[in-house]
Design a protein around this ligand. Structure first.
Ligand code: NAD
Length: 476
């Protein structure tokens, strides 16, 4: 973790903001209005557990209301604190602006270690926390819409949605009060994988431009690239699963809480995931080297480093030792401001958090729209599209027969072409489009402005510009 001599997470985000905003022509007043966190609500509540009352502390921070609802995940971890929640809320503002998700930035956190409680206890705690936020409109389909983050997932989101529905029995849009729900509770296909999938799409877009790849001292495509990931949770697992299964990347390192696994020939992501589920950690996994000091493996040679666990893991003390020429920040804030400066000097290319992990909020946006429209994506068009494709194939086959069957359509082409897009295909298509478009907006600035040496500054410039226009349009 970052050392005491470094700025806090929130200060680190603000410093990155300041570095970018210096290159813009905004009034100091507007600059400050965008940077500061509007409000942070702290709640302490009691839950009766194991025969006694236990008090918990939770936060919901709203960074910017230039668009509403505001949006951002809820984190369950014993390290949660106000500074962290505010930093994450501000990142949400910049992230939503960059990927054009029409939300302001928010974030929540509950200070507890979820592994200390059983499922029933966690439900009581989550529902009580949700109750406290709902009654202050800090969870509300039109004002503040949470989502999963570290330590929470579909299960917690379903409890929150149900709690909201119980307290707002006549709200027809109740399901839109939170995203990341299970499919049977108003969720959307592809939300669980979305952030990891977005990391994959971001890397694919990066590797489409040979000049960018060359800037990282790399060449070719994702095929054969050696990847190290930190955190095999929701984001990290899906990212490396897709990169290894679909793009031919080789996962040479997996860093988890209890240590790391290293294998130059590549780790089987699915097998490691199952091992962790059964044994609680990576230690003992057969066929790979185990390194007890997991964080040290961040410094191993590889092509792509994917920090996908915590903030501040690449800091002033280890930044100079990082060998990866390309880092994609799947986690929020994994590189401190000080480390970012060191890595920039070294020429390391960093695909920044405000872009790299925006796949989650993008698909959350789709889920929110689905909840408000009360209809599954693709339900109206799918069979009509299939019928039209069927007509076309039939016509081509008739033509072929009339010409003596000189050519035929391959069965695999026919199968793929005839299938109309369902919700999952549409969600992936929308996510891919979002990740490509947002990368291109950063790339334009990165390539064309000599005073912008890195993608992070480019990303901030795009998003601060959008937030500023929004404030200006409001007459602020
Ligand atoms: P998660 O709880 O599903 O997974 C986190 C993983 O990191 C776990 O496997 C955990 O064991 C591991 N981990 C914890 N401490 C570690 C340590 N010291 N060293 C190595 N591994 C450690 O969380 P997640 O949802 O995957 O979130 C990870 C990061 O991605 C966070 O920064 C979060 O803010 C960010 N993020 C998540 C989403 C989302 O949709 N879930 C969206 C955007 C950003």
């Amino acid at each position: 973790m970052s050392s005491k001599s470094e700025p806090s997470f929130r200060q680190s985000v603000d410093l990155m903001f300041n570095r970018a905003v210096r290159l813009m022509d905004l009034s100091p007043g507007l600059e400050e209005k965008i940077r500061v966190c509007n409000a942070t609500y702290t709640v302490r509540f009691g839950v009766r557990l194991r025969g006694d009352i236990k008090t918990f502390t939770g936060y919901r921070s709203v960074h910017s209301e230039h668009m509403e609802p505001v949006k951002g995940g809820i984190r369950f971890a014993d390290t949660v604190n106000q500074d962290e929640v505010e930093a994450l809320a501000s990142l949400m503002t910049y992230k939503c602006a960059l990927v054009e998700a029409p939300f302001g930035g928010s974030k929540g956190g509950l200070c507890l270690n979820p592994r200390d409680y059983d499922e029933h206890e966690l439900e009581l705690i989550t529902r009580r926390f949700a109750y406290e936020l709902i009654k202050r409109d800090l969870i509300n389909p039109s004002q503040n819409v949470p989502a999963p983050d570290m330590g929470t997932g579909e299960r917690e989101m379903a409890w929150i949605a149900d709690q909201y529905a119980r307290m707002n029995t006549t709200d027809i849009n109740a399901r839109a009060c939170v995203t990341g729900k299970p499919l049977n509770a108003g969720g959307i296909a592809g939300r669980v994988e979305a952030t990891g999938r977005g990391v994959q799409y971001a890397l694919r877009e990066f590797f489409r431009e040979p000049a960018d790849v060359a800037k990282a001292g790399l060449s070719g495509k994702l095929d054969g690239k050696r990847v190290i990931v930190q955190g095999l949770g929701n984001v990290g697992y899906h990212a490396v699963k897709f990169l290894s299964e679909e793009d031919g990347s080789i996962i040479t390192g997996i860093i988890e809480r209890d240590g790391a696994l290293v294998s130059e020939t590549g780790l089987d992501v699915e097998a490691v995931r199952q091992w962790i589920a059964q044994h609680g950690g990576v230690a003992g996994f057969p066929g790979a080297e185990y390194v007890a000091d997991g964080a040290k493996v961040l410094e191993n040679a590889c092509d792509i480093l994917i920090p996908a666990a915590l903030e501040g893991v690449i800091h002033k003390e280890n930044a100079a030792n990082i060998q990866a020429p390309l880092i994609i920040e799947a986690a929020n804030g994994p590189i401190t401001f000080g480390a970012d400066e060191i890595l920039r000097e070294k020429g390391t290319v960093i695909i920044p958090d405000l872009y790299a992990n925006a796949g989650g909020v993008t698909v959350s946006y789709f889920e929110w729209v689905k909840n408000l429209s009360h209809i599954r994506f693709g339900r109206m068009q799918r069979r009509q599209e299939e019928a039209r494709n069927e007509m076309l194939v039939q016509e081509l086959e008739n033509l072929s027969a009339a010409m003596g069957n000189q050519w035929t359509l391959t069965p695999s082409f026919k199968q793929q072409f005839l299938r109309g897009a369902g919700e999952l295909e549409l969600v992936r298509s929308g996510l891919d489009d979002t990740m490509r478009t947002a990368f291109q907006s950063m790339r334009d600035i990165w390539h064309n402005r000599s005073d912008v040496p890195d993608l992070r500054t480019a990303g901030y410039l795009v998003s601060i510009g959008k937030v500023a226009s929004s404030y200006k349009a409001k007459g602020l």
